[in-house]
Design a protein around this ligand. Structure first.
Ligand code: SAM
Length: 216
């Protein structure tokens, strides 16, 4: 895997583009500038890796648009050593961004092929993380509670297990809506029984499929 000057230059331009679109968090921009997004693409599509677009990664799934990754990560307010649960590993790119920011990442993917390929790639890149194959609508009880939870697929409702597995004071960023458009929510857990919900911008994600998600 080669990260050429051309790739580094394209990445720098992408970071500038994200800044122009309103991303301000320096640690998010720094991580996006550092992680070679083209490593998460099939070689054939290398030339598309630094466009601000979602892109197919096989299995009918996508790597999220860089702006979406930056937006969700900025809203997550990641701090060093935060325990972060990601639902929807996909290509592994979002996990790499979180790890670069110093988070301890736990990531769940329901598609076995993607789970295996992303885990293999992240390992090859030397990252430390915990990757699990399963239904993320149930969270990941084994390592709970989490400081932060990020859901990278569109949910019909906020899965109860995810709120339960969030620490008090923790933040969850999750897109909720129908199969065409979702509203991003920032959910802060105020106490064991109460949350504060903020409605953010709208996005379009692939569906969160599972017991507490969409049914196939
Ligand atoms: N974060 C990914 C990345 O950086 O490439 C992009 C995620 S992609 C937009 C959404 C992913 O969520 C898909 O890989 C899909 O298989 C996965 N997914 C959907 N429902 C899920 C569930 N219940 N649990 C875990 N993963 C799920």
């Amino acid at each position: 895997m080669i990260d050429s000057y051309k790739d580094k230059g394209a990445r720098k331009k992408l970071v500038e583009e994200l800044e122009n679109k309103g991303i301000k968090d320096r640690s998010v921009l720094h991580a996006i500038g550092k992680v070679p997004r083209h490593f998460f693409f099939n070689k054939t599509f290398h030339s598309h890796a630094y466009e601000d677009k979602a892109f197919p990664i096989g299995e009918g799934q996508t790597i999220s648009q860089p702006y979406t990754v930056a937006y969700q990560t900025q809203m997550l307010q990641v701090e060093k050593n935060d325990k972060v649960l990601e639902i929807g590993t996909g290509s592994g790119y979002q996990a790499a961004i979180l790890i670069e920011m110093g988070a301890k990442v736990f990531t769940v993917e329901r598609n076995e092929t993607l789970h295996k390929s992303a885990s293999k790639l992240l390992e090859k890149l030397g990252y430390k993380f915990t990757s699990v194959y399963g239904d993320g609508t149930k969270g990941l009880e084994k390592y709970a509670p989490y400081d932060k939870i990020i859901v990278t697929a569109g949910a019909p409702v906020v899965p109860k297990a995810l709120t339960d597995q969030l620490k008090i004071g923790g933040i969850m960023i999750i897109p909720v809506g129908n199969n065409k458009i979702q509203r991003m929510y920032s959910i802060i857990k105020k106490s064991a029984a109460s949350v504060e919900k903020m409605e953010l911008d709208t996005f379009t994600f692939v569906p969160l499929i599972g017991e507490d998600g969409w049914k196939i």
